[in-house]
Each structure stands twice: as structure tokens, then as C-alpha cells.
Design a protein around this ligand. Structure first.
Ligand code: NAD
Length: 308
């Protein structure tokens, strides 16, 4: 019996962003087709620990992701993703921080590809923490960017992110800003990746036509987006049950009657049957195990002896 143990660097080397986006897109079509068995994740210590299992029936494979989340620590998310298949004695245990950043970028890439305007080429990224680099890489993969503006409460973090991204920028004009409202006003795409508890901007700060991604809030007490935006936009979510349990902005907007459940479109459904989007679109994800499964499946195929 062999256990392949993969570090963050090995995960990165095995799965380029473009392939991660394709794998996550395919997994969400499979989710919409009812091929996954996925209980709600177990949340311990009010979001301090998350345990996330999922089973894919057609491949008879399973993952369990276990992470610790602590915003006072760098990186904020650490843990493992364990992969097993019923017909195989080998398994994979891989670094969850890199898989999380990759799969959260990948789902945003798939959603942005579906919802952003064809020529969208300027991104404002709010939040320059552990998720931020892959948020940029994913959007740049599906909409080659001309301009990037990074906003963070901590200006040095925003500057450090631009340093980290230097090899990926290849001609993209990149800057940091402390002015969130002015930065979103000029963006075709806004990506939010913060631990904020109140909305990052108001609806009237946004252009008439814009696509907004929001990955940060994963507890009912957290919010990045205002109700007015959710009322105004076509809203796509990763999974209805998950956002109704965990997304502060969706719960707040339902509570103020700004949106109804019927307004929310699941990503899997939107992939199979693309909606006619309004001028403003929103993609909200709290993150589900299906995304981690999609990356773990690629890792298993690449690292186990008779990979499928
Ligand atoms: N949806 C998902 O699947 C998913 C996956 C991973 C992480 N997350 C969540 O995304 C968020 C970001 O994750 P991370 O690992 O990058 O966290 P992090 O702590 O490394 O970074 C968060 C950054 O947001 C900045 N920030 C907080 N409030 C802000 C505000 N009002 N304006 C501007 N900047 C602000 C902080 O200064 C920090 O640099 C967290 O809430 C995390 O739990 C979601």
C-alpha cells in the first residue's frame, strides 16, 4: 500500500491553472448531473476548522479535506486533502493550502469565463492575502488582462502581491491603490478575496457593466457585497445549499428581500444552460469539496502508478 504525499510545490508543478479551470468546470457539470454525494461541510470552532468530504459515483472516488483557518497566521489556511478510490490500494495526501488557492482561482476562472464581457481586460482585486495570486492568474487565463489594480487594507501586502505576480504579469499594467471606490469604478472585473464583515463598496461605485467575483465570506457573519448589487445583478453561486448555509451576503440579501432563492443560479446549471446575463453579474462562492476533488483527481492521475 502506497501513500503519495504531495507538497504545495508538487501540487503547483502538477496542475497548471488552465487545466484546473477545465477540471473544475467539468466537475460542476457533473455536480449538476447529480453525480456527487456531498454532505454539507462540518464547521468546527466557528470556522476555525473545516472538514469536507465528497464522493464521485462514476469514478467511485472520494476525498476528505481537513483545514485549519486562522487569519492571524500566514498562511491563513493549512491542512490536507486525502484522495482514495475503491478499486485502488494507493492513495494521495496533498497540501490543502495550494489546492485551496488553485481550486478557488479555478472556479472563479470558470465563472468569469461564463459571465464577464468578451473584451473585459481590467481587473480590480480587493484582498492581497493567500488567495489573491491565483485569483489574478485565473481571471488572466480566461480574460487576458491589460490592467490590474490591487487594493488591501495593508498596502505592503498589496505591494508584495505585485512582486509575487511579476513573472505572471507579462505586460499587464499593475498598480496598488487605497481607494476602493475609485478602483472598482474603472474595472471590467472586480474580484473580492478579503475577510471583510461589511460590504467593500456600494452599488453606485461600480460601472454600469461589470462582473464581480466574491470568494471571501464563508460565514454568515462575513460580507463583501452590498444587497443592492445582488438585487441588480445576475447572481450565480457555487451551490445553493452551501451559500444558504454560509454566505453572509446571500443570507443578508435574502433577509432584506433584495433577492429571493429563485434569483440564484447554480454554477453547474449555468455551465450546462448559460443564462442571458444582466449588465452586472456576480459570482459568489463559499467553496465546496467538489472543487478539491477536481484537483485531487488530476493529482491522482499524474502521480499514482496506473493513473487514469
Ligand atoms: N470561497 C472559497 O472557496 C474560499 C477559499 C479560500 C479562502 N476563502 C476566504 O477568502 C478570504 C481570503 O482568504 P485568504 O487566504 O487570502 O486570507 P488572508 O487573511 O491571507 O487575506 C485576506 C486579506 O484581505 C484583506 N482585507 C480584509 N478586509 C479588507 C477590506 N475591507 N478591504 C481591503 N482588504 C481587506 C486583509 O488585509 C488581507 O490581506 C478569507 O475570508 C478566506 O476564508 C474562501
Amino acid at each position: 500500500m502506497t501513500t503519495q504525499v504531495l507538497t504545495g510545490a508538487e501540487v503547483r508543478a502538477a496542475v497548471p491553472m488552465r487545466e484546473a479551470i477545465d477540471a473544475v468546470r467539468e466537475a460542476f457539470a457533473s455536480l449538476a448531473a447529480g453525480e456527487f454525494e456531498q454532505p454539507p461541510r462540518t464547521v468546527l470552532r466557528d470556522g476555525g476548522f473545516l472538514v469536507m468530504p465528497v464522493h464521485h459515483r462514476p469514478t467511485s472516488s472520494v476525498i476528505v479535506k481537513t483545514v485549519s483557518v486562522n487569519f492571524d497566521r500566514v498562511p491563513a489556511i493549512t491542512g490536507t486533502v486525502a484522495w482514495a478510490e475503491s478499486g485502488r490500494v494507493e492513495q494521495v495526501v496533498a497540501d490543502a493550502a495550494s489546492i485551496t488557492a488553485l481550486r478557488t482561482g479555478a472556479i472563479v476562472g470558470a465563472a468569469t469565463d461564463l459571465l464577464a464581457a468578451d473584451g473585459a481586460d481590467s481587473l480590480t482585486l480587493i484582498g492581497a492575502g493567500g488567495q489573491a495570486a491565483d485569483q489574478f492568474r485565473a481571471v488572466h487565463t480566461v480574460r487576458p488582462l491589460r490592467r490590474l489594480v490591487v487594493v488591501d487594507l495593508d498596502r505592503e501586502r498589496a505591494e508584495r502581491l505585485l512582486e509575487t505576480l511579476r513573472p505572471d504579469l507579462d505586460g499587464v499594467e499593475a498598480a496598488t491603490s487605497d481607494d476602493t471606490a475609485a478602483s472598482v469604478a474603472e474595472a471590467d472585473i472586480v474580484s473580492c478575496a478579503t475577510s471583510a464583515r461589511t460590504p467593500l463598496f456600494s452599488l453606485d461605485a461600480l460601472p454600469e457593466r461589470v462582473h464581480v467575483n466574491a470568494i471571501g465570506a464563508f460565514r454568515p457573519t462575513m460580507r463583501e457585497l452590498p444587497d443592492e448589487l445582488l438585487a441588480d445583478a445576475t447572481v450565480v453561486v457555487d451551490e445553493l445549499d452551501a451559500v444558504l448555509e454560509e454566505s453572509g451576503e446571500i443570507l443578508h440579501a435574502l433577509g432584506s428581500a433584495s433577492v429571493s432563492k429563485e434569483d440564484l443560479i447554480e454554477l453547474g446549471q449555468a455551465i450546462s444552460d448559460p443564462p442571458r446575463p444582466k449588465a452586472r453579474t456576480v459570482f459568489k462562492t463559499v467553496g465546496i469539496a467538489v472543487q478539491d476533488w477536481a484537483i485531487a483527481r488530476l493529482l491522482a492521475a499524474r502521480t499514482l502508478s496506473n493513473g487514469q
